[in-house]
Design a protein around this ligand. Structure first.
Ligand code: B12
Ligand code: SF4
Length: 542
């Protein structure tokens, strides 16, 4: 049985990170002896022709794609390419959006065979067994499919009780060197589920309100492997709320400290469940950044959305985290039920207050009621008027619904003033850099470097331009310069910039030349065999 798993691309502004969904799914399949590959379009160019080439070469019997709401349209298009290529391929879609829109997805995309609803590891394994034996999908819990014009939903898939039974994510199937070139952290989870019931969020619908935890020892085994074997020194713990259980969070931190891992990490937290002790411990264990979902400063709005926090909780939590030396990011949403032009102004002033008083940074989004949230399911009760049902617009950066209490223009204006404020901050950084401030110069250089690398990734330039016809293969500097010249020309960027960036990739062993004819061919590095052996050791022990 051969399975191809695909991540649907999304814009760079959303900060692509190594996808845990596909690596967990692939890990579960590998453990069952299923042959699986991942095509990761988050850090490579998507083109239907490229996909067709892969389908022709790998000949998968099942293709599974993951997406969220904003890229769900593209995800179904990807599956259409697969179905058109070979109608015998079983096409499957999963993730938070598809899970909550099975009827609509099957109606809009009749070439999709199966929707995986909710947690996917066991569902996909069982589905593969059915596909391999030409069996009956109907026996697999947690899926929806069309049968002679009607949508069949099988029994709900029970959530995994013991997360230690999960496989290790099969990250060796990802193009990790590309993520490392971008300098982004590697994603890890220590738990699934969220006990809170915020009405704009679907987390508790997806993984339940009972939080299941992985054993801290196993979590840190994985982090240690990412650090020692895969070369990541930045980790993002993507639990819905890492700080929800202090014992568990504390044990993860103690375990990191015990093993003396020099990693920097970041995570999501709630202002009402941080304490000075926990924050101090997290800081000692290498956590540098926490992100708090604040949403609004308006008490009535906070009550309506059932966030369960007050402005006082917010000040207290932010003060503790900033006091403990964290970089604190606060995230707000414009356009929640009850929003008025006044509450928008107050929320912006509040974000400024948190910044001035404690040093917390802030970001604003616009409400996008995604399927699976109470706001979406009961939109009329909250007086939400949908402006568009085009999911591509649900990026939470523009109004997709309107409220009687505030116009969409007022929300757009608030977003525009926030974006302008960010632009001003950048102008100041650029000015300071021009005046010789080293820190500002470094910030600008980092951004420029990432932009350059992003273009290289999106153009697949190492793969396309990497064949360098040097006569002397023993001349690595010549091959590096050759590649830099080709890329600089293609991107119309200065040769020195290209050379610096390519040299860095070579130094970090993220790209390497292999002899090809009388010259060399550059390629992205894969994980060395010894590292893979360590991975499978850990696989066996979990
Ligand atoms: C980390 C994260 C990010 C990261 C990285 C995403 C990544 N590449 O991993 C960043 C910061 C980039 C990000 C960005 C955004 N995110 Co985000 N993010 C998360 C977060 C916190 C964790 C994701 C994760 O790794 N989960 C763990 C894995 C194991 O779970 P999973 O992805 O759901 O996969 C399981 C199942 O869904 C299923 N499954 C998934 N795909 C498939 C495919 C097949 C074939 C099968 C069989 C099964 C299956 O099986 C998997 C294993 O059990 C989730 C919240 C959450 N708890 O999941 C939000 C979440 C996914 N994000 C969300 C949103 C809204 C966004 C943004 C739009 C934010 C914004 N602009 O405001 C952007 C969109 C970018 C994008 N297109 O993904 C929403 C999505 C809601 C929706 N309906 O779309 C979530 C669910 C948060 C929430 N509760 O509202 N996000
Ligand atoms: S917003 Fe955060 S706390 Fe609220 S339900 Fe979603 S993940 Fe949980």
């Amino acid at each position: 049985m051969r399975v191809l798993l695909i991540s649907t691309p999304y814009p760079r502004e959303e900060n692509p990170l190594p996808p845990l969904s596909l690596t967990y799914l692939a890990g579960a399949l590998e453990r069952e002896g299923v042959d699986v590959q991942i095509m990761d379009f988050l850090v490579a160019r998507y083109h239907p022709q490229k996909l067709r080439r892969k389908l022709a070469e790998y000949r998968p019997q099942l293709v599974g794609v993951t997406c969220v709401t904003m890229n769900s349209g593209l995800a179904t298009k990807i599956l259409r390419v697969c179905k058109d290529f070979d109608p015998n391929i079983t096409t499957v879609i999963g993730g938070p959006h598809a899970s909550f829109t099975p009827d609509e997805t099957l109606r809009r995309a009749p070439w999709v065979d199966v929707i995986a609803i909710g947690e996917g590891e066991t569902t996909l394994v069982e589905l593969c067994h059915q596909v391999a034996s030409a069996g009956d999908y109907g026996r697999v819990a947690g899926i929806a499919f069309a049968d002679e014009g009607t949508v069949v939903k099988t029994a709900p898939r029970p959530l995994l009780e013991d997360l230690d039974q999960l496989p290790l994510p099969a990250r060796h199937l990802l193009p990790l060197a590309r993520y490392q070139a971008l300098g982004v952290p590697c994603t890890v989870t220590t738990s699934r589920g969220c006990p809170y019931g915020c009405i704009f969020c679907s987390a508790h619908q997806m993984f339940g309100r009972k939080v299941h935890f992985r054993s801290p020892g196993l979590v840190v085994d994985e982090i240690e492997m990412l650090y020692r074997d895969f070369g990541f020194n930045q980790i993002n713990i993507v639990d819905d709320t890492f700080t929800v259980n202090h014992d568990h969070a504390g044990q993860v931190c103690e375990e990191i400290l015990k093993r003396d891992l020099n990693i920097a990490w970041s995570t999501y937290a709630r202002v009402d469940n941080v304490t000075g002790d926990l924050m101090t411990l997290m800081r000692r264990a290498g956590c540098e950044t926490v992100l708090f979902g604040i949403e609004s400063s308006d008490e009535n709005i906070l009550k309506t959305i059932r966030k369960g926090i007050t402005p006082e909780d917010i000040r207290r939590g932010v003060k503790i985290a900033c006091g403990a030396g964290f970089r604190v990011l606060t995230s707000f949403i414009f356009g929640l039920p009850g929003e008025t032009p006044d509450s928008v102004r107050n929320t912006m002033a509040f974000a400024d207050e948190l910044n001035k008083n404690y040093g917390a940074e802030y970001a604003f989004h616009v409400l996008a009621p995604m399927p699976g949230t109470e706001l979406y399911e009961r939109a009329a009760d909250y007086s939400l008027h949908f402006l568009t049902r085009n999911w591509a617009n649900y990026d939470a950066n523009r109004p997709v619904v309107e409220l009687p209490t505030i116009s969409k223009e007022a929300v757009k204006k608030a977003m525009a003033s926030y974006e302008q404020a960010i632009e001003q901050v950048w102008d100041q950084i650029r000015c300071r850099a021009a005046e010789g401030d080293d820190r500002s110069r470094k910030t600008i250089d980092d951004i420029e470097a990432r932009t350059f690398i992003w273009k290289v990734l999106q153009g697949d330039l190492i793969d396309k331009l990497g064949k360098i016809a040097t006569l002397d293969t023993a001349d690595p500097a010549g091959a590096t310069a050759g590649l830099a010249r080709c890329i600089a020309q293609k991107l119309d960027s200065p040769y020195e910039t290209a050379l610096n960036q390519i040299e860095l990739l070579v130094q970090k062993a993220l790209i390497s030349p292999a002899p090809a004819g009388r010259g060399v061919r550059w390629q992205w590095s894969s994980i060395p065999q010894t590292r893979l052996e360590n991975t499978s050791q850990l696989h066996k022990s979990t």
